[in-house]
Design a protein. Structure first.
Length: 432
């Protein structure tokens, strides 16, 4: 048995915890450079605002309906996610954190009323974190995901499903007729793993609901679409085929890319940007105890702005696989110098670490003589510990530029809320 705990409109909900004035107001959280909507409150959805809608097309709702647009505050969202996941883990003995706002919980061996247990955990998440969530329970991960959709939809759209399935939906004890009814009321595109293309193909064959999909012969599904969709159908039929990933496999590539807040026209500014990107990628690399053998650097102009076009990338091979920030930044600077040409207004750049392998010798040890290896390992550990404790960028390489003010190439975040839980200066004050 599995449960899926999923935060409701998670980014917006995190903002509302510390800004009560936003409750019942239409709110959107915007992507990098305040470009488009990546999260919407229910009130914003009611206005017809679609996911991915450009801000310049929807900002008139500020005047017409009191819409509030906020820059993405990922430091806040990540910390609130950690708090929510710690409480969600109390639901069962095993946990897979699927995304920043979703967590699968293994309920094997858990007795008693699972619905009541889930409601108690949901209430505790609300009481301790101020975050609303929906919980779906089912005998497979796919059915738990479906149950979560039903729980959240029944709460947001009364009448779409039976009211007793709102907020917490447990499909396991439902009579077969009731389970068929909720499956028949759910569009096939809502099934976990059914993408837009497969959904269109299914509808062309007359498969419009989850119940239609669950009743397809598995042999026919495998022949037409392959083993992945067959596994989904088997899960809808109640056969567990997908287990929990309690230790996600290491990434095969690590990338850090950003759109610039202002166009970058000089090599000096490009060097600052790629140095920052390589430093961030190096932190992620060390976190999964890997080293990289190659580094790719790219930069390009905007396809939506007038002027000459430019798009170029290059791959730099390292002398030895490394996780040392200094080595990776040096390679990124060499790549930037190779691809840069004057006369272009660059809108985006990035760094990607390739040819990843486990670091079996200690971080950075492969880059130096054996006698110096332990010292370099401790240096990078201290580097990460200081930045983790005092904030990103506290310790950085000189090539990333000054950190005491906004950088010209940094993302626009004109609507950024304070980092209430991760920065001392932003802690909220309660006044008597």
């Amino acid at each position: 048995m599995f449960a899926l705990v999923d935060g409701n409109n998670f980014y917006v909900s995190c903002e509302r915890v510390f800004q009560p004035r936003l409750h019942l107001q239409p709110v959107v959280v915007l992507s990098n450079n305040d470009g488009c909507a990546i999260a919407r409150s229910n009130e914003a959805k009611a206005l017809g605002i679609q996911m991915g809608a450009p801000w310049f097309q929807i900002r008139h709702w500020q005047r017409d309906a009191g819409l509030v647009g906020l820059s993405a505050n990922f430091a806040l969202y990540g910390d609130m996610s950690d708090r929510m996941m710690a409480l969600a883990a109390e639901l069962g003995p095993t946990q897979e954190i699927y995304s920043i706002d979703e967590s699968f919980i293994g309920l094997h061996g858990v007795g008693g009323d699972l619905g009541a247990r889930a409601r108690a955990v949901r209430e505790r998440i609300w009481r301790c974190c101020g975050l609303p969530c929906g919980i779906g329970i089912g005998p497979t991960k796919t059915l738990a995901k479906l149950a979560n959709h039903i729980a959240k939809t029944a709460e947001r759209k009364p009448g779409s499903y039976p009211s007793d399935l709102a907020t917490v939906c447990n499909l396991a004890p439902l009579p077969a007729a009731d389970l068929d009814a909720v499956m028949a009321a759910t569009e096939v595109g809502e099934v976990w793993g059914v993408g837009r293309q497969i959904g269109r193909q299914l509808r062309e064959l007359g498969v419009h609901t989850v119940l239609d999909l669950a009743r397809l012969p598995t042999a026919q599904v495998r022949q037409r679409w392959g083993v992945v969709l067959e596994r989904t159908v088997r899960e809808l039929q109640g056969e567990p085929c997908i287990g929990l990933e309690q230790a996600p496999p290491p990434k095969q590539q690590i990338a850090c890319t950003r759109s610039f807040g202002q166009a970058v026209t000089t090599l000096a500014l490009l060097n600052e940007a790629v140095s920052e990107f390589a430093s961030r990628a190096a932190e992620k690399l060390r976190a999964q105890h890997s080293v990289a053998g190659q580094l790719l650097v790219f930069a390009h102009t905007s396809a939506f702005r007038p002027g000459p076009r430019f798009a170029r990338s290059t791959t730099v091979s390292l002398r030895r696989p490394s996780a040392d920030t200094r080595t990776l930044v040096q390679a990124a600077l060499a790549g930037a110098a190779h691809i840069h040409e004057p006369g272009f207004a660059l809108s985006k750049a990035g760094v990607m670490l390739l040819d990843l392998m486990p670091d079996t010798h200690g971080q950075g040890e492969l880059d130096f003589e054996a006698a110096a290896g332990p010292a370099q390992t401790r240096l990078m550990q201290a580097f990460d510990q200081l930045n983790d404790r005092f904030g990103r960028g506290t310790v950085h390489l000189g090539s990333t530029g000054a950190s005491d003010g906004p950088r010209r190439w940094a993302m626009r975040q004109e609507r950024l809320s304070p980092q209430y839980t991760t920065r001392w200066s932003d802690l909220p004050w309660a006044r008597a």
